[in-house]
Design a protein. Structure first.
Length: 275
């Protein structure tokens, strides 16, 4: 064996701490190769996600998860190249991950629910929804919770685990919302007069949709009054403005038409006893 080759062999057998120089060089080369492969794989993953229709936030979280997994595998490969047994390390990490999973069960459930919401898109930011007894406009969607702003101006954070597993109503998904107003009128008021007053109030609303057309129906005969229901449609963002404006205008048109808005009352008739 040439002297230079022999010297190189002896050099690689030198020990640095508990590791030989040759093993350290081999582990370093493996590390560089793994890092290069991670870069190539992540570029391919990003190109693949760019062609899909997943939500941008889902893509971001998935990319981070894949990158973390690749780095974890790289650590195991490099540790094995150094001659360190990985069986105990994997077992220790498994026990640790189990403990973390049990301790953070609700958090992981919320994360899973967040991924379901972001991927299936039952609602988006700006939609008005109702779920778990709370209604409001969606302001933000994260992996852990969904932020709603209620009509009263309150900020409510709904856990994604609860939100994804409960019944949810999306009032904005159709691009329009129906307004329902119920008014009462006296039995003495003709039905045609009451309905004409209702339609007059609807004509004065400038944010109603023409399709579907507004409608008015007699819906109930009460003890002291007759109930009429008014149905009309508007854009989701105009719902509350139109709802309250219509209630005020109905009072005006009823007064103009001479229709009495009755309320529950009791008539007492006194009969004179002539005996």
């Amino acid at each position: 064996m040439p002297k230079s080759l022999s010297d190189l062999t002896n050099l690689t057998q030198l020990n640095i701490g508990s590791f030989s120089l040759g093993r350290l060089l081999s582990a370093g080369a493996i590390l560089l190769v793994c890092l290069l492969l991670i870069r190539i794989i992540m570029r391919l993953v990003q190109r693949l996600f760019a062609r899909g229709s997943l939500d941008e936030r889902v893509k971001k979280y998935l990319i981070k998860g894949i990158r973390a997994l690749l780095y974890f595998v790289t650590v195991l490969i490099v540790v094995d190249a150094l001659g360190i047994p990985t069986t105990s390390l994997v077992a220790l990490l498994s026990v640790g991950s189990l403990g973390v999973t049990l301790a953070a069960e609700d958090i992981l459930g919320n994360v899973a629910g967040g991924l379901v919401i972001l991927s299936s898109r039952p609602f988006t930011i700006g939609d008005f929804i109702e779920a778990d007894g709370t209604s409001g406009t969606v302001e933000d969607i994260t992996l852990n919770h969904t932020k709603l702003v209620t009509p009263a101006g309150l900020v409510v954070l709904l856990p994604n685990k609860t939100l994804s597993g409960s019944q949810m109503i999306n009032y904005s998904s159709l691009g329009r919302r129906r307004i329902t107003q119920t008014v009462t009128a006296s039995y003495d008021a003709p039905t045609a007069t009451v309905k004409a007053a209702c339609f007059e109030a609807l004509k004065r609303m400038d944010k109603l949709l023409e399709d579907p057309a507004p409608s008015v129906y007699l819906t109930e005969y009460g003890p002291s009054s007759i109930s009429y229901s008014i149905y009309c449609w508007t854009l989701p963002g105009d719902y509350w403005d139109v709802y309250f404006a219509l209630g005020e205008e109905l009072r005006n048109t009823f007064a103009e038409a001479g229709v009495e808005m009755t309320y529950d009352h009791l008539n007492v008739h006194i009969v004179e006893n002539r005996s």
